[in-house]
Design a protein around this ligand. Structure first.
Ligand SMILES: C[S@@+](CC[C@H](N)C(=O)[O-])C[C@H]1O[C@@H](n2cnc3c(N)ncnc32)[C@H](O)[C@@H]1O
Length: 284
């Protein structure tokens, strides 16, 4: 069984390497697919001009850009991500935006000199910490005493057919992934509210609240079935299951995934159900 430091190294290597590259390759579709989650977060965040927001695990910065726009002119959005490639691209995208900044850094160890944020915000950027208590304790140092935290995380895989359906189709061709180890980081690491509550309170946050949201996710991002197959093979559990497989196996898996997704296709969209938590807390 791996320890927290090993989990952490794995995740940083994943997002700075092959996992990050795949995320970047599919970003146009992913951004379309996840836009509804962003909208739910913006409403809950009660954004207003003047707010200073830290967007944790900001990736290519789509939410950071929107946050900067919504808190302008007096407010500021700061994106934090551990992947040099993502931060580099996010900075390019944000060129010319006055109230935005991107930090290349690790949520678990970045040295925040003083509390500056009114809001810690994240869309699916906080489930990959090897030692989540240490990471949230460190993030807490960035938050002003009366600040808030709000993030979105996935509920269980079984509640997320948008990922489960292609994964089961891929399993017709490749071995099943080993079951997650206890406390293993990954997309579904924060599915259990009891665990999230224990992590956050141990890190110095108040007992969080959980709002459940059920949505549909367009795995095609509006770009049709070919895009849906590519996208589902490039992110999350399905991409891990297919990693390092020869092209012949990937082609066969793509055929099965296409068949499994077909009932959900409408025009250029392929919409499957999914379920998330919107988690809110503040400093205890
Ligand atoms: C699923 S992506 C989400 C990206 C972005 N929030 C979005 O919604 O488009 C997860 C992001 O978390 C980042 N990440 C993972 N571990 C991190 C850490 N320890 N510190 C900072 N960022 C991290 C990854 O590099 C990746 O960009």
């Amino acid at each position: 069984m791996k320890n927290a430091a090993e989990f952490h190294q794995d995740m940083v290597a994943y997002w700075s390497g092959a996992g990050g590259d795949r995320w970047i390759g599919e970003s146009a579709r992913t951004e379309a697919m996840l836009s509804r989650v962003a909208e739910l977060l913006y409403v809950r965040a009660r954004l207003h001009p003047g707010l200073i927001v830290l967007d944790v695990g900001c990736g290519l910065g789509p939410t950071t850009l929107e946050l900067a726009h919504r808190v302008a002119p007096a407010g500021r959005a700061v994106g934090l991500d551990v992947s040099p490639e993502m931060v580099g691209r996010a900075r390019q995208r944000a060129a010319g935006v006055a109230n935005i900044e991107f930090i290349l850094g690790d949520a678990a160890s970045h040295n925040f000199p003083a509390p500056f944020a009114d809001l810690l915000f994240s869309r699916f950027g906080v489930m990959f910490f090897g030692d989540p208590v240490a990471a949230f304790a460190n993030l807490r140092r960035a938050l002003k005493p009366n600040g808030r935290m709000l993030f979105a995380c996935w509920r269980r895989l079984s509640e997320n057919p948008w990922m489960l359906t292609p994964l089961l189709a891929a399993y017709e061709h490749v071995p099943r992934l080993p079951p997650a180890e206890p406390n293993e980081p990954g997309p579904f690491a924060f599915a259990d509210p009891d665990r999230v509550g224990a992590v956050l309170t141990a890190a110095g946050f108040a007992k969080p609240s959980f709002a459940a949201a059920e949505l549909t996710f367009d795995v095609a991002g509006g770009a049709g079935m070919d895009a849906a197959v590519r996208q589902t093979m490039s992110i999350g559990a399905t991409s891990r299951a297919l990693q390092d497989q020869p092209q012949s196996v990937r082609d066969a898996a793509a055929g099965s995934i296409r068949k499994a997704l077909a009932p959900y296709a409408r025009d250029t969209h392929v919409e499957l159900p999914g379920a998330i938590w919107l988690v809110e807390s503040r400093i205890a």
